[in-house]
Design a binder for this molecule. Sequence first.
Ligand SMILES: [Zn+2]
Length: 706
Amino acid sequence: MKLIFSYAVLSYFLLGSDAHRLSRLIEPINYNIKLRPNLDSDYFNGVANITLKISGNHSNITLHSSCLNMSKAHANGVDLRIKQLPYERISVAYRNGGIFQPGVYSFFFKFVGKYGVYGLNKTEYGIKNDTRVIVVNEFEPYGARKAFPCFDEPYFKATFSIRLVSPNDSYYCVSNMPQIRINSSSDGTVYHFATTPKMSTYLVSLAVTDSANFTRHFQYRNRNFSTTIYSYNASNTNNNEVIEFAQAALEIFTDYTGIEYPLPKLDMIEYKKAKGLGTELWGLIQFKMGLLNQNLETYNKHERGFVIFHEVTHSWFGNLVTNDGWNHLWLQEGLTTYMSTKYFNQYFNVTLQPHNVFDLSNLFYEDKSKPLPLVTYPDQITEKDLFRNAVYSKGGAIFQVLETVMGPEAFQNVIRRYLKKFSYGSTTTDDIIKEFSKEKPELDIKSFMETHLYQSGLPVLSLDESSEGYIVTQHDIYNGTRKWTIPISYMQRNVTGHIWFDKDSKSVTIPRVADAGKVAGRKDWILLNIADSRGMYAVNYTEKIWDALLDSIEDLPDDEVENLAENTLILYMNEVINCDVILNLQEILPKCIKSTFRDPVLTVLEDIICYPDEFQLAYDKIKGNIDFNEDVLMLRGMDCIVKGDIMDILALTNSGINFILYCTMSRQFRVTFKEVFLRPLLHRLRPGSRYSNMDKSGEKTLISAV
Ligand SMILES: [Zn+2]
């Protein structure tokens, strides 16, 4: 998929509702397409022969077409009448009123289309003043219908026999499959490509370019294989590294899935891509300028490696087995994010999480700001929301939890079975839930997946103690009604374990471990959500457990302290705990791990920056404990406070220049400015600041709001 780091470039338009999905009684078998881009105008010419299998009798056939000016249409040689419908669809019918009876038909369309960001796209490649024109396609998710009439939903898979016409001799054409023939015509040079395997429309890849190219031949299993890079200054020197990344991903996922990469080539092209960093178009993957060229230094080695791993991984998760509709996008993005991140980390021996698998803070934030279940119906979602962060991070985290609770062998069994069963087809969320549940019927995987996929949000778990052990309850901190089935991981001293919390249970009790191994003088402690089997929840401990944890914090591995810091930040940001928990924690932590709490502490300071007395109290607490730059903090605080109100501030200070001066003026000026202008603003924005509840005596009071 489109690896999107910035959503700003995406347009906002509503998807068609379920009612506008195409009939599955009419299925495309093959598209025979010829496209001729014009380099000196905004238009391109095309013809499409679509072989259709029709079941049942139909007076008209509905398919997708957007901004295509049709000049001719017929079915098996009989003229058709075309009617434009809402939601980028057309309806075609016999002019003589005849009925389409069951059978196989050849539909012909001749048309003129217009370039755009979606569909066929006339753009550029190269650097600075050395740029040239290139024609490529941007189809995912709804662009194919702007390049040729088609059944533009992932479910409708067909083979594609593509011809591209190069308008002048300095340009050549490439596509998903190898070129099989070239011939001259009055339109230009026609490039014929081998027919693709069955695939969805959004995976078609087209390029008309005059760029350099570099090919490496290598042995892939029993095949003579090749990868060609189409890029500015393509050469062994510039592209050697990225070919090695692609080769590595190819080998890793062939081994893991037991399925060979199905196409005869794996090419990559880079240009000034408008949307995302990469798109996994099968056989000719697209990348943003700089990702394939190690000498441009636009991206570092790990960034290039991660994007390439991600897009190559899609060959199995997304291209071979595709989500049935865009509402199941999490299936291919979650699986690809998890698998590519895991094996990218192994390959580079790093622990990078570029897609923030388990970025719990962000998942809680997304649920608070705009709660959306991962499986969302098309009429409820905008395109921006379709590719939201949770589709990748929560989707990926679900697969990580599954592998943890099932074990790697069982997880791999499911993946292999799933890919084999649905190869060249499509799946829904229910299909994958069934496959995982079948592998481990003793675990309530169905309830875990359903409660995390068909409803939004994540739980906060609270702990209490009894003579038997630790009692866990779950809480929906945003609307109070949702319940989740949660595999909980825990650690008590050197003992780790799992326990399942069913959505219909009020609580679950984790037995206290026996006294054996207890260190004399140390309190009993328990830690939930441990690093190698983290789940998607935050944990609120009682004051007594916090005390015990802090008492033993030097015994905890570093990554557990980091998790605890993130957990604390989530609780604070959601007003489950007061800021003094964080301030007291950082005071108690051993010096060597205090820096772990820098983010939570800075968040607290930002929140109270406009309250000089309270700020001073907090500042005194952290002074010498956590390193930070006061001016940076001031700017962070300003940024936090004025976000959305920048114009008000500019008006208050009478001119933008004064505001800029503010940042460079004396401390006294800044204090006065805050007192006069920002204090009322802050009160307006956030009445009842959390800090107002803080125990100013300095006593350690760990307040829980849950
Ligand atoms: Zn992707």
